[in-house]
Design a binder for this molecule. Structure first.
Ligand SMILES: [Zn+2]
Length: 153
């Protein structure tokens, strides 16, 4: 018999609170005895850096023993790009929570992933500091987690 599997279909933004809720839902399912959780990512959009950071954290902490059994599939194309930018290995719009550990490591080398809230562009900066968005020119400060605050223009 196949192992007990559960399908989740999250809809909308993956920011930090949404990622937190998703992690709690997965934990609840694991406690109920499901061994495998499949997450349909077709309607999971937009995916923010802070949401992926929260998933990476959970993958190394409370979901550590289960990360290989938690998959995202049919990711929204733009969301799949976000996962890729964060170093997750994505194959045919599919990835596993187990990819997150590597993502965290890759990110240390590659700097911070920043989402410009003014124009929606995603890009990397080498470290904490003051920058201008390469797409719209908005000036901002990026902290050590890639969270940005804008300056009055
Ligand atoms: Zn911008």
């Amino acid at each position: 018999m196949a192992e007990a599997q559960y399908l989740l279909i999250p809809v909308g933004i993956l920011d930090r609170p949404a990622a937190r809720r998703l992690v709690e839902e997965v934990e609840y399912l694991l406690k109920k005895g499901y061994e495998q959780v499949e997450i349909n990512g077709e309607r999971l959009f937009p995916v923010l850096s802070e949401g992926l950071a929260e998933l990476s954290r959970a993958a190394q902490e409370e979901l550590r023993d289960h990360q290989a059994n938690i998959h995202f599939f049919d990711l929204h194309p733009e969301s799949a790009t976000r996962f890729l930018l964060h170093g997750w290995r994505v194959d045919r719009r599919r990835t596993a929570l187990g990819e997150a550990t590597e993502a965290e490591l890759a990110e240390e080398d590659a700097g911070l992933v920043v989402d410009c809230e003014q124009c929606g562009a995603t890009f990397r900066v080498p470290t904490e500091g003051d920058y201008a968005c390469p797409s719209c020119g908005a000036t901002f400060h990026a902290d050590e987690r890639g969270v940005i605050s804008y300056y009055e223009s």
